[in-house]
Design a binder for this molecule. Sequence first.
Ligand SMILES: C[S@@+](CC[C@H](N)C(=O)[O-])C[C@H]1O[C@@H](n2cnc3c(N)ncnc32)[C@H](O)[C@@H]1O
Length: 378
Amino acid sequence: MNGILLYCRPGYEKECAAEIQARATAMEAYGFAKVTLNSGYVVFECHSAADVDSIAKKLPLSSLIFARQMIALHARVDDMPLYDRVNPVVAACEGIEAMGELRVEMPDTNEGKELSKFCRKYTVPLRQSLRKGNHLLPKENKNRPVLHVFFITNTSVYIGYSYSFNNSPLPMGIMRLKFPSKAPSRSTLKLEEAFHTFIPADQWDRRIGGAMRAVDLGACPGGWTYQLVQRNMFVVAIDNGAMADSLMETGQVKHYEEDGFKYEPAKTTIAWTNRKLHGNKVKVPENPPVDMLVCDMLEKPERVTRLMCKWLLNAWCKEAIFNLKLPLKRRYHTLEDCLAILDKQLDDRFVIQAKHLYHDRDEVTVHVAWSNFIPEDK
Ligand SMILES: C[S@@+](CC[C@H](N)C(=O)[O-])C[C@H]1O[C@@H](n2cnc3c(N)ncnc32)[C@H](O)[C@@H]1O
């Protein structure tokens, strides 16, 4: 079967489909996306078998906004008898060899949740049988492709693989985080997930570390500020609402009841320096007054996007993490318009990433940084 399976948030299948259609076409891999509303997944059927592997290898999952995981499909099995769902899957794995790991998964829907207990139990006998058939290596190997068995009903599965260098290492592509009981709102998990998604763990101390300065626009009651305070940062929180007392008592937070579109950081002289980028000399700032700008204001996404561009281009901050609240209609197009504004206003001195995070609802989280503040990979 010639297809790519993408997992997404239920309700976001159309956006996920529009995105894979556009991105695959851009790499000259043609096909069409099949959508079942509220299913939590999309299948992109490719016209050519070679394109399936090429997409799985070359289209970076990290560059897809709506897909949590991306699988090259090998087979689909339907109507399995309830008393034996191991042998039909093993038989359908013919041609698959030496996978490094098995993941039995299901969509992130209520129906999917009902299958999770069965999937956990089923994994052990399936793994044993797959090893006997040499489809799976005798020991887990994180450098080899991952075999995915994705239950869409209790008798139907998609079987496919993902490359370990281009997949989510997380089951179902979902980052599960524990809600910190002292945080003033559940929103806190959105920023924590954004940190994990956009900033490599070994760079946290340099980019979101002790005594660094942050601004939080639309901060109340303080879930995002809580994350920054936990990282020992000093935070200016802007919002007309009330901040949680527990945060104000830390002495790390200054709260101003102001409009986030009008607030500006205290004037400082920005020093600019020349840097070589792709063979060209470009100017980059040395000392933006704010290390991390975060923004979760409930405002029009285009307006927030332009505000973020203003902060970054004025070098008021080194990097920014912000949420774009999506409207009920034309969600994909609205997001495309915002990303086009970022692309137009911010040149290649900036790194731009966007993701529909697991803890996001009708919003997408964007990260933009001046590239000179991102340490180079060793
Ligand atoms: C989703 S809540 C923020 C939640 C917060 N990130 C947290 O984790 O607790 C949105 C906030 O944006 C604020 N807001 C909306 N428009 C604003 C503006 N123009 N200036 C400042 N704050 C604004 C609202 O008052 C509201 O508190």
